[in-house]
Design a protein around this ligand. Structure first.
Ligand code: PGA
Ligand code: MG
Length: 220
């Protein structure tokens, strides 16, 4: 049974959906904490902080190590420098991703990647992982006035792709993606292997779940 008939486009999330980037976040954030002489965090500490953009990640990390928020500007500058240096080196494309993107493209859908990661980091990562060619557009957390879970990034992306929201499938890994999709009027499918802010993803309100992007064809 197709999820939504007459799909024209798909919007795919990046971190936790296409690429397992927890290693990159951990290395760049710990290099930042080292530089500021703060205590390090583990990947398990960092995972629930991912998904709401780099600003949120840095603010959450500073609170987790009991550092004052006045260090934010220095931390943000250091973090960008370190992230740029290591982007993609400690992260892996999830199994089934290339196949799933190919299925979406072969179904005639226009594809955009919409992430809360800054656009530059996202575009570089997709390029380095050989995924950039699948996408007609890439929009990061700095591309619009508000980030997911606000519906604005999806509404604007639908406009850019020339697709109606009701005919644009969102594929993500978190309640952020699902809430933004619902508010924009897009059908939404979540992968079960991503981050979801440290919460079980199965309880999120979505139209479907897949264990691998390779299964996406069943829902089209
Ligand atoms: O928080 C981030 O930097 C990115 O998160 P997203 O790719 O899942 O939107
Ligand atoms: Mg995500």
């Amino acid at each position: 049974m197709p999820l939504a008939p007459g799909l024209q486009a798909a919007i795919v999330d990046l971190d936790g959906t296409l690429v397992d980037t927890l290693g990159d976040f951990t290395v760049a954030l710990n290099a930042t904490l080292d530089e500021l002489s703060l205590r390090r965090l583990t990947a398990a500490d960092i995972e629930p902080m991912v998904g709401k953009g780099s600003e949120h990640l840095i603010r959450s990390a500073l609170s987790a190590v009991d550092a004052p928020q006045r260090l934010y500007d220095a931390a943000w500058a250091a973090y960008q420098r370190h992230y740029d240096e290591i982007n993609g080196r400690h992260s892996d494309v999830y199994p089934g991703v290339e196949e799933g993107l190919e299925v979406l493209r072969r179904s005639g859908l226009r594809l955009a990647c919409v992430t809360n990661k800054p656009t530059r980091f996202a575009a570089d990562l997709l390029q380095r992982k050989g995924l950039a060619k699948a996408f007609d557009a890439v929009f990061g957390g700095d591309a619009f006035e508000r980030k997911k879970p606000d519906p604005l990034p999806f509404v604007r992306t639908c406009e850019a792709l020339g697709a109606a929201p009701s005919r644009t499938l969102v594929v993500g890994d978190s309640s952020n993606d699902a809430a933004a999709a619902r508010a924009a009027g897009c059908p939404v499918v979540l992968v079960t292997y991503g981050y979801n802010h440290g919460e079980p993803v199965g309880s999120v309100d979505a139209d479907g779940f897949v264990d691998s992007l390779a299964q996406i064809g069943r829902l089209l």
